[in-house]
Design a protein around this ligand. Sequence first.
Ligand SMILES: Cc1cc2nc3c(=O)[nH]c(=O)nc-3n(C[C@H](O)[C@H](O)[C@H](O)COP(=O)(O)OP(=O)(O)OC[C@H]3O[C@@H](n4cnc5c(N)ncnc54)[C@H](O)[C@@H]3O)c2cc1C
Length: 307
Amino acid sequence: MNYDCIIVGGGIAGLQAAIQLGRYSSHRVLVIDSGYGRSTLCQQYHNILGFPDGISGDELRRLGRSEATKLGAEFIDGKAVKAIKRDELFNIEVETGLVYTSKTLLLATGLTDRFPKLEGLQACLGNSVYVCPDCDGYEVQDRRTVVMGAGKEGASMALILSARTDQLVYVNHERSEVPNELIVKLREKGIEYKESAIIEIITGQPGCFEGVQLADGQVVRAERGFLAFGSNHVHSELAEQLGVRLLHNKHIETHPRSKMTNVENVWVAGDLGAHAEQATVAMGEGAMSAIWIHKVLSGMKTKVPQL
Ligand SMILES: Cc1cc2nc3c(=O)[nH]c(=O)nc-3n(C[C@H](O)[C@H](O)[C@H](O)COP(=O)(O)OP(=O)(O)OC[C@H]3O[C@@H](n4cnc5c(N)ncnc54)[C@H](O)[C@@H]3O)c2cc1C
């Protein structure tokens, strides 16, 4: 089971890279994907060229996987648990114990947002509840919006969104500490502040957020929601095993041109990297990584710009 390139992570970045590599018609490519990521959560992507009315993450993934498969990429559904570099080759072990070998490796494992499991919430993600002000600040313009979060992360999100709407409520679900200077700023911006656990998401049609029921009995009605709990899980474990340098927040810096990490022939693309966490950025980085992987595989470049 020897490949030219193994891509771990078949989300937006990994699929775009698989398509780009497939179009060279000369590389054996394997994508290993555990099937749950930010792109499986988002019901409606905005801010993507060509999709003014949005497109769901599942649909984008379905189209991407189908295209990559037609271009010759192979797929394994499962989790990669171990990565070793030996004699210039990468050995990637999956949960079943099988080991796959490749000359180059792209890690596109993304991150997992931390938020409570509340019934009805998942159907709202990307439709009426969001996580990223760069992607979806536009969606809350002049609308009553509840920021569901924890501590200073939630407070900071509410302050960012105050440029969009003056009808904001911040519910500190975990009742974790908010520094006094942020409390003062919330007050100055006219943002309502509540400390109580959310026990229920109120929805109309599935995916249509209408507010939250709090444990203290209050009901907060709103048209839109935002999540900001902090401490997202960045899936950098495989990178760490290979000696890739992690930033303090576990994201990974890559060379701006080649997207290669500090470890030769290990690339990183998408939300695992250190940048704006957006689908279009993930696509761009997936494509860039694949172009440089091709240069290495075809012998065009023996020395790739590296950190
Ligand atoms: C609710 C929500 C709304 C969003 N809205 C927008 C928007 O409107 N516009 C926008 O541009 N962006 C949006 N985003 C961000 C966007 O989803 C991400 O930027 C994008 O998914 C990043 O792509 P990725 O390939 O890096 O990661 P992902 O899409 O998360 O894919 C990573 C993949 O790696 C797999 N994986 C992880 N670890 C392993 C392992 N060890 N072995 C095998 N597989 C593994 C996962 O199963 C997953 O399939 C939104 C995100 C969320 C959560």
